[in-house]
Design a protein around this ligand. Structure first.
Ligand SMILES: Cc1cc2nc3c(=O)[nH]c(=O)nc-3n(C[C@H](O)[C@H](O)[C@H](O)COP(=O)(O)O)c2cc1C
Length: 333
């Protein structure tokens, strides 16, 4: 196992009575520095990931600047996120690994599960499940520095049974962490995650790579659901939560509780403030992706549909703040 203070801390947690560790899933246009800080304030997981970033673009002289926002880590972020990379070329990963290490990242995760057609046409993401040789090349490339390299994948590309060859292949890489989204590429997110295979995955891990931490992902909505799953499957070390955060920004809190409108709106205003701070640093930010978050905070309110409409027609953070003020002043009747 790679020696790294970062993963030693996670491994200690995974192997103690405090297991499992929890992470916020990497999500494109979601897990930016701004939103990671929002989740950290609400209830922090143990591990954060960046949005996935093309390994080639990181060092490419022309498109490099487009990765600036994705790769930005705020000095206040603790722990720092793991940078997730996607691509299909060993050399791209070698160069990207050197660059992200210089940027201060402490670990790299390789995306081996993205179902997006553009990524697949690029022979990346879940297409690597069909091309073990390319998968091996990018893993070798990502290991160009001493940063730990972790892997995130799906069970297979077309058929669930592909996991019987694919997962052992990945385990033989002896990565510090293997994250498995319990579906195939073809299944996208349309069928329930295959929890029935967790124990088999644990057995594979125990046989092939006992030092690799196994992190499970798919349909786990919050901390309580993660604990339940980990208790039912004692070999699971980590729980990754993605879309659950859209239903409940407090998804990682240990004691489930109801949150007042005031608390939700405070978190909403915090996100708007962080966004303004982010843009004021000259980092490219876009208002439209920010709007996708607004529904999280107003979901349970009376007049939610009208409020959501008003929020979706805003163009600036100040306009969004005006809608919040109207909610606070009882303006929606
Ligand atoms: C909006 C969105 C963006 C995503 N972007 C990424 C990504 O950049 N990298 C990645 O590995 N997975 C990505 N995923 C997949 C999630 O990390 C996760 O594997 C998937 O949502 C299943 O977990 P869940 O059921 O807890 O949401 C994305 C998912 C969503 C919903």
């Amino acid at each position: 196992m790679t020696q790294s203070p970062y993963w030693n801390r996670i491994a200690d947690k995974a192997k103690s009575e405090n297991r499992p560790f929890f992470s916020l899933a990497p999500m494109e246009a979601v897990t930016s520095s701004v939103f990671r800080r929002v989740v950290a304030k609400a209830a922090a997981p143990d591990v954060f990931y960046t949005e996935f970033t093309n390994a080639l673009s990181i060092t490419h002289p022309i498109v490099k600047k487009t990765t600036k926002g994705r790769l930005y880590i705020d000095p206040k972020e603790n722990p720092k996120p793991i940078v997730q990379l996607w691509g299909n070329n060993k050399e791209d990963f070698e160069k990207a690994a050197v660059e992200v290490k210089q940027d201060g990242y402490e670990a790299i995760d390789i995306n081996m599960g993205c179902p997006d057609i553009a990524v697949i046409k690029n022979h990346s993401g879940s297409d690597l499940i069909r091309h073990f040789d390319t998968a091996q090349a990018v893993i070798d490339g990502a290991r160009a520095t001493d940063l730990p390299v972790t892997l995130k994948t799906r069970l297979g590309y077309s058929e669930v049974d592909e996991y019987k060859e694919w997962i052992p292949f990945l385990l033989k890489q002896h990565a510090p962490v293997l994250t498995v989204h319990l579906r195939t590429r073809e299944e996208m997110s349309k069928v329930p995650a295959h929890y029935e295979l967790i124990d088999e995955l644990v057995r594979m891990r125990d046989d092939i790579a006992p030092d690799t931490l196994l992190q499970i992902n798919g349909d786990i909505m919050d901390y309580q659901a993660g604990i339940k799953l980990a208790n039912e499957h004692p070999g699971v070390d980590g729980i990754m939560i993605g879309r659950g955060i859209f239903t409940n920004p407090f998804a990682f809190e240990k004691q489930k509780q109801d949150h007042s409108t005031e608390e939700l709106l405070t978190l909403f205003k915090y996100q708007l403030d962080l966004y303004d701070e982010f843009v004021s640093k000259g980092i490219p930010g876009h208002f439209a992706p920010l709007q996708r978050f607004f529904k999280i905070y107003v979901r349970g309110l009376k007049h939610a549909a009208e409020i959501r409409n008003d929020l979706m027609s805003t163009k600036t953070t100040d306009e969004a703040r005006a809608v919040i003020a109207k909610i606070e002043n009882g303006g929606y009747q």
